[in-house]
Design a protein around this ligand. Structure first.
Ligand SMILES: NC(=O)c1ccc[n+]([C@@H]2O[C@H](COP(=O)([O-])OP(=O)(O)OC[C@H]3O[C@@H](n4cnc5c(N)ncnc54)[C@H](O)[C@@H]3O)[C@@H](O)[C@H]2O)c1
Length: 436
């Protein structure tokens, strides 16, 4: 297979983060700590993952970062927007994810990240009130201001390239409307202040218009609409989303493929969470929760395929609850109860109690998305990057196919894409030695 021509990752790579809260600051602090050698980038495929090449007998297993030309951590420069004035240091302290001792060791680097004023409306995130806001007559004007912010950031920080990852709050549930259908209808709706255009869409529009790859870490509709998917293809911009796959859904996409592989049936899966960070506060609003719920519920249907396995998965009961419980801060607890059945229909139960740290699981995802989206752009890839489904709860996909949720298939697809880029044989796991 021939190699794809990939431009060198030279110069500085600007990382733009709408939303400078728990996930963003845990990510930035983490990168700075890794650069100083005081912590390790656990959970990041781009930093620690390996990739097998050729036959197992060849014993070629380089690190992913030595196999494909990724930007290195020293080349990253961070910027962002928020509705609060807190800089990266203050915001990291408030988020309460990392210990103060660690945050203080990267204090100057975090302090440098001062949030630009946000394009925000409380109509879309009801439980937040902030003051660091842009003012404009129309949503179109707000988007132009974001485009100017991007230009200014790029020049001031002498960046070669940029990537944007939405780490802002979960917005209220929005359905796709005619305003989202085409680039023209979308731009017209922005000029008319149509309610169908959420603030997160303005950032996505500004990024894509500026030729910058965009990933959506929240379950918001945002870039998952025909208008922005088309714009991304026309402007040669890779995009991805939605909703970082962490915590309970990560567990679901690890466990469910295992149950299906062994043809164990499922009667019900009840999931409940308590969390006390700002994200939890936002999700306490039923409209924002609805966006999250939709994202969390779709996973099992797609993995278990009840249409193909009606005796095992027909009408299983699936419930997801999130409760805001301030004492827990960012340290979420997710309980799962699974009612399963095996041979001759005999019932069994599985209980999972995951005491997880949400932002600790999300931060390496942000890093990998930044580096892989930049790689995609340098490789000439555009539009929805399905090979990055691995990182998302509700992977964006072409309209004619269903999304892939099984984490093991997602990982295989990701690694095969990297092999393809470098002209290596794709790994099929077929054992031809039986015929020798
Ligand atoms: N493991 C995880 O933490 C995880 C997993 C999946 C998805 N997410 C999603 O990632 C996002 C960030 O999570 P978090 O825990 O960092 O939340 P957070 O509340 O700590 O941070 C979000 C920040 O976004 C800001 N914001 C909201 N609207 C904005 C706008 N229009 N422009 C600029 N800033 C805006 C808020 O002021 C806040 O500071 C949420 O949408 C969350 O649902 C997080």
């Amino acid at each position: 297979m021939s190699q794809i021509n990939i431009a060198d990752p030279k110069g500085r790579l600007g990382v733009l983060l709408p939303g400078l809260g728990a996930v963003s600051t845990t990510f930035i602090a983490g990168v700075e700590a890794v650069k100083k050698g005081i912590a390790r980038p656990i959970g990041s495929l781009t930093q620690m993952g390996t990739i097998r090449l050729g036959k197992r007998t060849e014993k070629r297993v380089p690190k992913i970062k030595d196999f494909v030309p990724l930007a290195n951590l020293d080349q990253l420069v961070f910027g962002g927007w928020d509705i609060f004035f807190d800089n990266g240091y203050e915001s990291a302290l408030k988020a309460g994810v990392l210990e103060k001792g660690l945050i203080d060791q990267v204090r100057p680097e975090l302090e440098k990240v001062k949030p630009m004023s946000a394009a925000f409306s409380q109509k879309y995130v009801k439980n937040l009130t902030g003051e660091n806001l842009k003012n404009a007559k129309t949503k179109w004007d707000l988007a132009q201001q974001l485009i100017d912010d991007i230009k200014k950031f790029k020049t001031e920080n002498k960046c070669d390239r940029l990537v944007m990852v939405w780490c802002g709050s979960t917005e209220i549930f929005l359905k796709q409307t005619a305003a989202h259908a085409t680039i023209e209808s979308f731009e017209k709706a922005m000029k008319e202040n149509d309610a169908a255009i959420a603030p997160s869409m303005l950032y996505a529009y500004a990024a894509i218009k500026s030729g910058i790859p965009y990933a959506n870490g929240a379950p918001n509709l945002t870039v998952d609409i025909p208008a922005l998917v088309d714009l991304a293809r026309i402007n040669n911009v890779p995009i991805g989303g939605k909703d970082f796959k962490t915590g309970q859904t990560l567990m679901k996409t690890i466990l469910a493929p295992g149950l299906k592989a062994r043809l164990l049936g499922l009667k019900g899966w009840f999931s409940t969470n308590i969390l006390g960070n700002r994200d939890g506060e936002v999700l306490d609003d039923p409209d924002s929760f609805k966006t999250k719920e939709e994202s969390k519920l779709s996973v099992l249907e797609y993995i278990l395929q009840p249409d193909l396995y009606p005796e095992l998965y027909h009408k299983f009961y699936h419930k997801v609850r999130i409760n805001y419980y301030p004492p827990r801060g960012d340290n979420k607890e997710g309980w799962d109860n699974l009612d399963i059945f095996g041979w001759l229909g005999y019932p069994m139960q599985i209980k999972v109690d995951f005491l997880c740290r949400d932002s600790i699981l999300a931060a390496p995802i942000v890093l990998d998305l930044v580096l892989f989206l930049d790689l995609a752009a340098r490789s000439g890839m555009k539009g929805i990057q399905e090979w990055l489904s691995f990182y998302f709860k509700s992977p964006m996909h072409a309209p004619e196919i269903y999304p892939e949720h099984d984490i093991f298939i997602q990982l295989m697809k990701l690694k095969n894409t990297l092999r393809y880029l470098q002209g290596e044989d794709l790994i099929t796991h077929l054992g031809l030695e039986y015929y020798d």
